[in-house]
Design a protein. Structure first.
Length: 141
């Protein structure tokens, strides 16, 4: 049986007002993780007793220094991962739409190598999980 790991991810669109005109002009916040060397959306675990809506804003702030504003939950997806010790993890990931702006500051350089604003199309190229990419593409539908 797999251990359930509740997680959150934030689709943070660059905006001071929350108004984004089109995917062609949109920018999205991405982070480059050291442990698994990939670009991905900011996010992580949900602390015991913490609401997912609070967790996503906390993770965005911890990883990038950006104080984001929550808009809504975009969706949820599940994935499994087998650890070297044979433990199978079951991730249930809630994805939230947020907006924010400002100077990026990576606090924990052991976890995050860098963070950057990318065009929406460039960011989508880095997201290899089909379920997550489909959720992100739904932002402008």
């Amino acid at each position: 049986m797999a251990e359930l790991e509740p997680r959150v991810r934030g689709v943070v669109l660059r905006s001071r007002s929350g108004i984004i005109s089109s995917p062609e002009t949109a920018q999205i916040l991405m982070v480059y993780y050291n442990k698994v060397p990939i670009w991905d959306l900011p996010g992580g675990h949900i602390n015991k007793g913490e609401k997912p809506e609070i967790a996503v804003l906390r993770e965005i702030k911890e990883e990038t220094g950006i104080s984001a504003n929550l808009v809504k939950q975009l969706g949820m997806y599940e994935r499994y991962r087998m650890l070297r010790n044979g433990v199978r993890l079951h991730y249930k990931v809630r994805v939230f739409l947020c907006y924010g702006d400002g100077k990026i500051y990576v606090h924990d350089t052991a976890e995050i190598k860098q963070a950057a604003w990318m065009t929406f199309s460039e960011a989508l190229k880095h997201i290899d999980d089909t379920q997550l990419r489909n959720i992100c593409e739904g932002v402008f539908r």
